[in-house]
Write a new protein. Structure first.
Lengths: 202, 202
């Protein structure tokens, strides 16, 4: 996993991954903070991330075996849109809140009954927002069997997606990232243990 | 403008452009509705749109003459992200509402004092949301002198951006689009006149 090693160092050195005491949107506390939204400011790193995601999907699913990419704004959308451009695949996206004017709808893009969509998101935490999107996509008649995320926080998303019949795939996860940083002597054993403990609580 | 002709027909035939009676988010009535969010569902059309935008920026600005693309979610972000991937340029984006958790900030991505950014949006109406983003970008110390939109509704955006010292560029506008459809006998003279009247009121 040469990519993970480089990606981990990149995230850490640029402040996209911080270790300390943070409070998540769910109210839970976390001993690290991660935000992949910074990545698109580094175009070569961004391209590398998107190309690695492309390779993973190619190996595991194959780009001829689904109809459209699907994403949730905004973190996942930046990645999905770049991937759509690169692979010449259609892209639809789910609004978290349908807009209140114009033609109100919660899915942007063209869909049809039985259309096979591949979910793309940046970071998986509890999987809540992905499950909401999957439900909206299924209600609209599309078929969702697989979801790809760049980074898995290992806080239950895989399990909750599985209960929706969706297999979650990942480019990497917080343990891999932290272990890689620890190997490179960029984080201490204490931090690594703290992250492992946090993950094991889930 | 071979692209505009094809793009106009594409939008009209796929329901991304509708003529009738609509109410905009501002409360104003409009004799047409347009939404470019559908375009990414048609990957070849989407690529063509992005490549045409790339060519226009190349001719008028040059990709070496600015530091980063900047965009507003979500319509503009899909386009800006694909353009960033294709041209290997950095991308930052402005949140309309800063998130309430984690590290609160209204600009996503890396910025520095004096950084020259090029605004990208899908549709220009009154220019309100673009001006808000431009103000946020300027307050953060970046320099904004040019903004690109795919489609100009010709409802005052150019003027309001000009008052902020930003030149607005467009791939096309609603008059060009409707004229092209009229020439192709896809819309009536009555509709064309209605659109021309609506634009002249602004």
């Amino acid at each position: 996993m040469e990519f993970v090693k480089e990606f981990a160092t990149f995230l850490h050195q640029n402040g996209a991954l911080k270790f300390g005491d943070f409070t998540l949107s769910s109210g839970k506390s976390s001993s690290y903070y991660i935000d992949l939204r910074l990545v698109s400011s580094f175009p070569h790193q961004f391209r590398k991330m998107v190309k690695n995601l492309q390779d993973l999907i190619s190996e595991e699913i194959g780009f001829d075996n689904f109809d459209s990419l699907a994403s949730v704004p905004t973190g996942g959308l930046v990645i999905a849109s770049a991937l759509a451009m690169e692979t010449v695949k259609p892209l639809i996206y789910v609004r978290t809140k349908p807009k209140e004017y114009g033609t109100t709808k919660s899915i942007e893009g063209k869909i049809h009954q039985g259309m096979k969509v591949l979910m793309i998101d940046d970071v998986a935490t509890t999987g809540g927002s992905m499950v909401n999107s999957i439900k909206i996509l299924k209600e609209a008649g599309t078929v969702v069997t697989d979801a790809y995320v760049i980074l898995n926080r290992l806080e239950g998303a895989e399990k909750i997606l599985d209960s929706e019949g969706v297999k979650m795939h990942q480019l990497t996860d917080i343990i891999e990232i932290t272990e890689s940083l620890h190997e490179a002597s960029l984080v201490s054993s204490e931090i690594l243990e703290k992250i492992q403990m946090q993950v094991n609580q889930n």
